[in-house]
Design a protein around this ligand. Structure first.
Ligand code: HEC
Ligand code: HEC
Length: 165
């Protein structure tokens, strides 16, 4: 019993020492790289001087072509392919569910929210949408015609798998 306690203490001291050494290595490396100029950091403000008065650039236009986009991976929340401007999404009103709720999809032609949207955190399937998935736009977003600030090198997993073969 006593021996076990002592070896536990020894392990604790060793772990503490290891994390102290690890911490100082990170600190030294951090300090070394601090002097280097930053790589590509795109300027969100564009080419104008940040402190000058200038008109705000127009907002990018949302893509509303009603074509459901392929998902980049199976668990991706699908992007919204239609207009959602003015749709109320509050504690009392949820415009999205007026079309996407199970009971209304026949009339609206909208895809039903999937079964995961009915599950509580214990995996229990509820009769209606779970509070965890009530605020749709926390996960589902529209796309716009904005140009990306940096090139996107994302590769679909099937393409990535092919390049490994
Ligand atoms: C007037 C009915 C209606 C309302 C309101 C509505 N939708 Fe839709 N939604 C549709 C229809 C119909 C589609 C099928 C594609 C299309 O026609 O645009 C769709 C498609 C989608 C998709 C794509 C599904 C997929 O598998 O690709 C998402 C995500 C979505 N809607 C989310 C929302 C969210 C979030 C809201 C609320 C902000 C909302 N919708 C409000 C009718 C509606
Ligand atoms: C916590 C994130 C989250 C929230 C909040 C959420 N969703 Fe989803 N949604 C997802 C994910 C992830 C998927 C794809 C995998 C799945 O079905 O769970 C999805 C799938 C969908 C689909 C496609 C269903 C299918 O079978 O093709 C629709 C339609 C949809 N959601 C609508 C909604 C609507 C409407 C709301 C609001 C009531 C909502 N979602 C809230 C994450 C979310």
């Amino acid at each position: 019993m006593c021996g076990q306690d002592r070896s536990g203490l020894k392990r604790l001291v060793l772990t503490l020492a290891a994390s102290l050494i690890g911490g100082s290595i990170v600190f030294v490396v951090g300090a070394m790289s601090a002097g280097e100029p930053p790589g590509i950091v795109p300027r969100v403000t564009g080419t104008v001087q940040p402190m000058d008065d200038h008109a705000a650039p127009p907002l990018a236009r949302p893509v509303t072509d009603d074509r459901r986009k392929m998902r980049n991976y199976p668990e991706q929340p699908p992007v919204i392919p239609h207009a959602i401007e003015g749709y109320q999404l509050t504690l009392r009103a949820n415009r999205c569910l007026d079309c996407h709720r199970r009971q209304f999809t026949e009339g609206s032609g909208a895809p039903m929210i999937s079964v995961t949207h009915f599950m509580d955190r214990d995996g229990q399937v509820l009769a209606d949408v779970t509070p965890r998935r009530y605020f749709c736009t926390a996960c589902h977003v529209q796309q716009t015609d904005a140009q990306p600030l940096v090139p996107n090198v994302f590769e679909d997993m099937t393409a990535a798998k092919k390049s490994l073969q």
